[in-house]
Each structure stands twice: as C-alpha cells, then as structure tokens.
Design a protein around this ligand. Structure first.
Ligand code: RP5
Length: 174
C-alpha cells in the first residue's frame, strides 16, 4: 500500500492536474488560516488502485479531513469515502458539455451509509470546501476556532461596508 509523501491534516486529492487552476480559492483560504495541506493528483478511474490505497492509509498517516476535487463522472469523493471513515468533502468541477451539473450530482448522490459532504461547483465551492475543512479541524483546535470566528466577523463587516456604499450611491443617484 502506498504511503503519503509528507503528511498534513488536510489532504486535497484532485482527479486531474487540469483541476488545479480552478481551485485557487481553496489554497488561498488554507494559507490564510495557516493550515498545512498536502495535495496530489489521484484519479478514481485512471489510477483506482492508488486512490484506494491513499484512502486506506490516510487516517494512519495523520490526515483529518480529505477534500476530493473532480469533474465529469466525479466518483473520486465516493471512492475515497468508501475506503476511509475520515470526513470527505467533495468539490465538483465544471467541465464541458454539462458545466458541472454532472459532477455535482455524482458527488452529492451518495448511497446511504457512505457520506460525502458536497460543496457547490467551482470557485465558491472551493472556498467553502476549505472553510468546512477548517471548521472540522477547529473542533479540536481552539486557536483555529478563534480565527474562524474572526473571519466571520471580518466578513460581516465587509457586508456592512458594501451596504453603506450602496446607500451612499442610492442617495447620489436618486
Ligand atoms: C476528472 O475528469 C478530473 O477531475 C477532471 O475534472 C476531468 C477531466 O480530466 P482531464 O481530461 O482534464 O485530465 O476526472
């Protein structure tokens, strides 16, 4: 069984290197929170043995949560989840011709007994996958929980600021 090269609490597995440019917001959030991660290309279809071996060893290798990134007939999250009891987050990618609805349904439609927490397609999903993984780690990490709390406050303030801008614009327009 293949062992993970290097280890980290968050593992990101992508079905293809072609997914990488579309998940920048995932890496941005993990870096913002100083969460260490490992990332690798491993396909449920093209390298099925490696995908299973990765999932079977992940817990022992110190991984706490796995984010699976895949497009088209996206079975990666399901195959990984079938081979570990670690929490698995599925991040569907948009590919032609169905623009991600195929990957979303493949990811979210898990049969009962093998859960995958699916986020939405693309960049918004990538950001939420990272935040969800951080939320899981924060259950046993008070410092991370505080950072997540501060992130929410910062986000709320940003919305308040945009609302203020809108009110000013409305005053000057009408
Ligand atoms: C999926 O097929 C990958 O996750 C990717 O989103 C899609 C296309 O892969 P490539 O043909 O670009 O390698 O398995």
């Amino acid at each position: 069984m293949e062992k993970i090269e290097g280890t980290a609490q968050v593992a990101i597995v992508m079905g293809s290197k072609s997914d990488f440019p579309n998940i920048a917001s995932l890496f941005k959030i993990l870096k913002k929170f100083n969460v260490e991660f490992l990332a690798k290309v491993c396909s449920a279809h093209r390298t099925p043995d490696e995908a299973v071996a990765f999932a079977k060893n992940a817990k022992e290798d110190g991984v706490k949560v796995i984010i699976c990134v895949a497009g088209m007939a996206a079975h990666l999250a399901g195959v990984i989840a079938a081979n570990t009891t670690l929490p698995v987050i599925g991040l569907p990618m948009a590919c032609k011709p169905f623009n991600g609805i195929d990957a979303l349904l493949s990811t979210v439609q898990m049969p009962p007994g093998i859960p995958v927490a699916s986020v939405t397609v693309g960049s918004a999903g990538a950001k939420n996958a990272a935040l969800y993984a951080i939320g899981i780690l924060a259950l046993s990490d008070d410092k991370l929980a505080m950072k997540l709390h501060e992130f929410r406050i910062e986000q709320t303030l940003q919305v308040h600021n945009t609302n203020k801008e809108l009110q000013d614009e409305l005053k000057s327009c009408f």
